[in-house]
Write a protein that binds this ligand. Structure first.
Ligand code: UGA
Length: 436
């Protein structure tokens, strides 16, 4: 099938490349010139495992095309996946102006049936807004169209795999015609066993926000449990394992640490609370989930300070800048607040991340008090403490004997519980982790 994907960002790119991999012919619209040029050469502007290979495969197989022309895109297929950004406004609600713009532009040019598929995360009932906008701008009022909600559940760092092996595909439709088109698009995945859950558009929109809100709640919950474990001498890893055996709870997203970040949870939680407020529903539970998350950085800083007494002029090695492993994304990453705090308190930081350093450099310019190391060992030279903020595999596999030799003082404050406390302590480290 022919598919248009509007927006070559994270979601659009992964979805478009995966649709092409499934055998569809895909046109991705990207307005930013620099990005478009990269994409045409088959180069991904973001680091995402497996994506480069899919881009190359799609381009070589002539199933993946790129353009900056929305007109070309609107004519290309009857299905348009809207994957543009929906960033937070100051009041927490999402800015839907890019969605509105795309819908208006396509509606003005429409001369045949179209399906508008919301893939960007949007508040409940956005499909009604889109319907209204299309009706308003349509020149030929007799033309038919459908609006479908098809939220994405891709995790950064595992997005390609999540797309091709989904737990479920959620499609919110209100017409048989659109339903059949969506079934045809996802047929290759459904044939491999992926559950396709068809529902109404409003429910699909809520499923997306509720899923992220629930996962964030799970993390904040285990983080509170970790505080209790720490206060009582219990071990949060053991508690999470014990809880996880219960199928109703599950072990996933019960890793205690310095909290959730990224481009999704913080934005989506705020948006969900905002929607609830608009409908006079008091969802204060989620406000508490956010508050718990904000306090995680304080907790980490307190651990570091308790260990070092004062941070002024202390050399701190920092491992991990991305908001989670296997991505170069630093949006709402705990590292941002931690580095701000360290610099404010007069520490000297030597930071290393396998992929996110270039992005971080744009926020924090290298200087006397902040250096970016080329590898994890270089960051450790003469350090008086090592702070671990992201659980990259290469940190888990680090040669701890070498780590100890390189540091002036062997103190590790591990915000992601990547080492066995008994083992590192036996090696002579002073080791602080979360809830153990
Ligand atoms: C999240 C959801 O997991 C996806 O299903 C969803 O599609 C996506 O948002 C989105 O809305 O686009 P993502 O933000 O890529 O995906 O990352 P997650 O793997 O969910 O992690 C989010 C944050 O939670 C990270 O900072 C991570 O370190 C933290 N986390 C995760 C924990 O602190 N503990 C855990 O047990 C799991």
């Amino acid at each position: 099938m022919k598919i248009t994907v509007v927006g070559g960002g994270y979601v659009g790119l992964v979805s478009g490349a995966c649709f092409a991999h499934l055998g569809h012919e895909v046109l991705i619209v990207e307005k930013l010139k620099e990005k478009l040029e990269l994409l045409k050469e088959g180069k991904s502007p973001i680091y995402e495992p497996g994506l480069d290979e899919l881009l190359e495969e799609g381009i070589k197989g002539k199933r993946l095309h790129f353009t900056d022309s929305l007109k070309e895109a609107a004519d290309f297929s009857e299905v348009l996946f809207i994957c543009v950004g929906t960033p937070s406004l100051a009041d927490g609600s999402p800015d839907l102006s890019q969605v509105d713009q795309v819908v208006r532009d396509v509606a003005r040019r429409m001369n045949s049936y179209k399906v508008f598929v919301e893939k960007s995360t949007v508040p409940v009932n956005t499909h009604k807004r889109i319907e209204g906008v299309v009706r308003r701008y349509l020149k030929d009022k007799s033309l038919e169209f459908d609006v479908v909600s098809n939220p994405e559940f891709l995790k950064e760092g595992a997005a390609v795999d999540d797309f091709l092996n989904p737990d479920r595909i959620v499609v919110g439709v209100s017409s048989q015609r659109a339903k059949e088109i969506m079934e045809e698009i996802y047929r290759p995945l459904v044939e491999k066993g992926a559950p396709l859950f068809i529902t109404d558009p409003a429910s699909a929109e809520i499923i997306k926000h509720a899923a992220n809100a629930f996962l964030a709640t799970k993390i904040s919950f285990i983080n509170m449990v970790s505080d209790l474990c720490e206060a009582t001498g219990a071990n949060v890893d053991a508690v999470a394992d014990g809880l996880g055996f219960d199928k109703r709870i599950g072990r996933a997203f019960l890793n205690a640490g310095i909290g959730w970040g990224g481009s999704c949870f913080p934005k989506d939680l705020k948006a969900f609370v905002k929607i609830a407020e608009e409908f006079a529903v008091d969802f204060s539970l989620l406000k508490e989930v956010e508050r718990i998350n904000e306090r995680r950085i304080e907790l980490l800083m307190k651990k570091l300070k308790d260990a070092l007494w004062t941070l002024r002029s202390k050399r701190i090695a920092l491992w991990g800048l991305s908001f989670k492993p296997n991505t170069d994304d630093i949006r709402e990453a705990p590292s941002i607040k931690v580095v701000q705090r360290l610099l404010k308190e007069g520490a000297t930081v030597s930071a290393y991340d396998p992929k996110a350093t270039d992005n971080f450099r744009r926020l924090f310019v290298e200087g006397e008090d902040l250096r970016y190391a080329k590898d994890k060992y270089e960051a450790l030279k003469d350090a008086e403490a090592l702070l671990i903020l992201t659980e990259w595999q290469e940190f888990k596999e680090a040669d701890l004997t070498k780590v100890k030799e390189l540091m002036e003082v062997p103190i590790i404050v591990d915000g992601r519980n990547i080492y066995d406390p008994d083992e590192v302590k036996a090696m002579g480290f002073e080791y602080y982790s979360i809830g153990r």
